[in-house]
Design a protein around this ligand. Sequence first.
Ligand SMILES: [Zn+2]
Length: 496
Amino acid sequence: MTQPLKLYNTLSRRKELFEPLNPPYVGMYVCGPTVYNYVHLGNVRTFLTFDTLYRYLTFIGYKVRYVRNLTDVGHLVGDGDEGEDKIGRMAKLEKVEPMEIVQRFTNDFHTVMAQFNTIPPSIEPTATGHMVEQIEAVQTLLAKELAYESNGSVYFDIERYNQQGGNYGKLSGRILDDLLNETRELDGQSEKRNPLDFAIWKRASPEHIMRWNSPWGEGFPGWHLECTCMSTKYLGKQFDIHGGGMDLKFPHHECEIAQGDGLTGHDPVRYWMHSNMLTVNGQKMSKSLGNSFLPAELFAGSHYLLEQAYSPMTVRFFMLQSHYRSTLDFSNDALKAAQKGYRRLANGLRVVKTMSYRPDESVSADMAKQEDIRKAVQQFYEAMNDDLNTAVAIAQVFTLLKYVNMLYLNQLQPAALGDDVFTLLKESFSTFMQDVLGLKEEGSDNQPVLEGLLTLYREYKEQRQYDKVDQIRSYFKAQGLAIKDMKHQIDWAYEE
Ligand SMILES: [Zn+2]
């Protein structure tokens, strides 16, 4: 009997049995990107983690409503309550409409998410599309005296919230008094009663482009408010899972708890989940260190730290090889190893599809191998149920691959496994890989392109244009493929 699903809850700091509020339905909200720039690889890791959770929950029978927002207003440079809007700033720099910035980077985000084979969320709401809901939420918080207006802006009152039974700081494990001591004294100029209070509505300065009418004059919503409004609108006052990157735990998610609790009297989220950071050669990935690369740079191998290109599935596999709560280090060696591992699995997927069961009276049953396969399948579920331990789950898929390859090489006869275990092996190997881990064969999607390139390759070779010949070779190599020159034709194969 397999252990039931347990998830690590950041709020309780332990693994908890996953019990949805209304089974078989599960509500899951994940903080999406602020669409003012190309999606960062660190964010990609978060979205891959929750894509895998979404896939797994669906795979084991839950009906999941997955909501992931797009932040298209209200996120200020520096993540605080002061400064320019990130999108407004880009719009000014490029002299275009803010919505052109939003559209361009939303399109890019969707392209990258598709390259990584993530399933689109059930609902992808935007902050600008929920202005009415956000203004209403501000009014409710004002009516409950959990917020106050100051000079056309409205702030959430943290001291009042805690006096009324709230516990600001409980998610990130911070103590309110410590936080108060850490924050600078008010300079007398601030509109806030308390430096920790955060904006739920900001008055728009004359040069601010993105602005809406409100009972408090023209302004725009505070960054934290949209997630509260959109999660509860689509998932209810209380819902099952809220995910995001570790960096959002404080203050963003702490503020979401305070707002949700303030609005409805309920803790909005039952299971808070956070994925960890990326490092590069042991150093924190950051723009200022020059060691942060974009997905497109990774696919093209065009960043100076990258020795070659890595395909989307290689990167997906690489990320899933470590547990989402551990830091993950990018290095060329680790990525190359991942490329090999992924290619072996993809090859397995290609051959397993061609296999079918053949009964054979003369072959005797191999009980040990049957048992080993059953155990690997069981342990795959155990690993996924243990807070989504994809690292251990992938090890089980490699055990299954070993038997797939033995069958392919005729070292093992299907009849030795029996119809049941043969079918279990075949189906588990492909569903675990494709449906749960979201790994697909890259070669097959790419086949027309590869075939076309091979034709060009032959032509360039005849014309002795060797620089172009080399270019095509290295393109193939980047995909883990090798071009084979044979007497009358040119073919490609998975590199060993
Ligand atoms: Zn959010």
